[in-house]
Design a protein around this ligand. Structure first.
Ligand code: ASP
Ligand code: MG
Length: 416
């Protein structure tokens, strides 16, 4: 029997009963003969409460102190989880990110993992019969400052540990029972996927499916860790996130996603000369605003251009501020920001080898009488922007046209 990493998200440890339940699950895996590493998040919405507290003290909390604060949530969970395992008569030890030598680099609040140095110690503890419990989401930088990996980052801790320790699987226990073809709250006939490929999951995660921290999937892909997403409330099998099989009967569209709360920045009358696009996007990047779907239209005669791009509504104020200074510095330019936009996407590795996906998607939207405001495509994704009010109907139309509710044999397991 091999090693297994089990990660329990906040909703799976939000009170004492659930901590006992998670503890029993870890103990069961150990009794089955596995070496068990458990990674936990902060209890329930404790991290949000800490963010809230910081904001009551100041509207601009220092980033280092913010990480010092947020990391405490996971420290509570690991200690309680160890106690729950002890209470059930088994050996367990809790360790913080610093104690496992999880070294990070990069900015506070979105640090990235460089390495995990205390592998030998963890393996020793496991071979002595302990369940090893590790605080997710946190590490230390080269100056021993506590850092955090970004919201939802416990997933990434779990997959990194599975990779570092050579575990067979990384199980992600959460409040949903797997990855669905679309959000079942919007598309009731959405189907739980038996498996999905890393690249598809990566795209879905960035296109609005909020199940997993994107970096964890990247890590899983790079180190070949099979990730199993499943419910902490049942024993039902969830969804495996796995390596792509070179199969000929590839599913064309695996799933569909809806990303809400987008805005569109429209800059008109931009003089059509070298350097202006670079000027705009440099300013925007300096503010840390993430942009997507950039379109430039050159007007007839070629004197001016309109440039538009999509942002997260949360970044509206920052985007507005930088674009307005750009407009002030550049005569003739006007800025408008439109809100209430959403993005509907379909994802599937089979699009690499199949054509006609886009036209089928557009036809479905047309039949549902939904106007498409913009289209963007990449190798395995087609996305359209629509009015936010139209988005749920658009998602349902797209889900139906690709018959995502129907399970075909090639969707049950990768066929190579
Ligand atoms: N507790 C952290 C958060 O709420 C990390 C995590 O849950 O993965 O973002
Ligand atoms: Mg989480």
């Amino acid at each position: 029997m091999g090693m297994i990493v089990q990660k329990f998200g906040g909703s799976s440890v939000k009170n004492a009963d659930l901590i006992h339940r998670a503890a029993r699950r870890a103990i069961r895996a150990k009794i089955d003969g596995h070496q068990v590493v458990v990674v936990v998040s902060a209890m329930g919405d404790y991290t949000d409460q800490l963010v809230d507290l910081a904001n009551q003290i100041t509207d601009r909390p220092n980033r280092r102190e913010m990480d010092q604060l947020l990391s405490t949530g996971e420290q509570i969970s690991i200690a309680l989880m160890a106690m729950a395992i002890h209470h059930a008569g088994h050996d367990a030890i809790s360790l913080t990110g610093g104690q496992i030598g999880l070294k990070t680099y990069g900015a506070f609040g979105r640090a990235r993992i460089r390495e995990i140095t205390q592998k030998t110690r963890m393996l020793q503890l496991l071979s002595e019969g302990n369940i090893v419990i590790v605080a997710g989401f946190q590490g230390v930088d080269e100056s021993a400052n506590v850092t955090t990996l970004g919201r939802g980052g416990s997933d990434t801790t779990a997959v990194a540990l599975a990779a570092a320790l050579g575990a067979d699987t990384c199980e992600i226990y959460t409040d949903v029972d797997g990855i669905y073809t679309a959000d079942p709250r919007i598309v009731p006939e959405a189907r739980k996927l038996p498996f999905i490929y890393y690249d598809e999951m990566l795209e879905l995660a960035s296109l609005g499916a909020q199940v997993m921290h994107s970096r964890s999937i990247e890590l899983g892909k790079n180190y070949g860790v099979t990730i199993h997403v499943r419910s902490s409330y049942t024993d039902a099998k969830g969804t495996d996130i796995v390596k792509e099989a070179s199969d000929l009967q590839q599913v064309i569209v695996r799933g569909a996603a809806l990303k809400k709360d987008l805005g569109r920045v429209e800059i008109t009358g931009v003089p059509n000369r070298p350097g202006l696009a670079s000027d705009i996007f440099k300013r925007v990047a300096e503010q840390g605003v993430i942009v997507d779907d950039i379109i430039q239209v050159i007007h007839e005669g070629g004197k001016t251009a309109d440039i538009s791009f999509t942002i997260d509504s949360a970044d509206k104020r920052d985007a507005d501020a930088v674009c307005s200074t750009f407009a002030k510095d550049t005569p003739g330019v006007a800025i408008k920001i439109r809100e209430g936009i959403a993005k509907i996407s379909v994802v599937g590795v089979g699009m690499r080898t199949h054509t006609g996906v886009a036209s089928r998607m557009f036809e479905a939207l047309h039949k549902a009488n939904i106007n498409i405001e913009n289209i963007s495509t990449s190798e395995i994704v087609i996305s359209v922007l629509v009015k936010a009010d139209d988005a749920p109907a658009a998602l349902r139309a797209v889900h139906a046209t690709f018959e995502l509710a129907v399970e075909t044999p090639e969707q049950i397991a990768p066929m190579s």
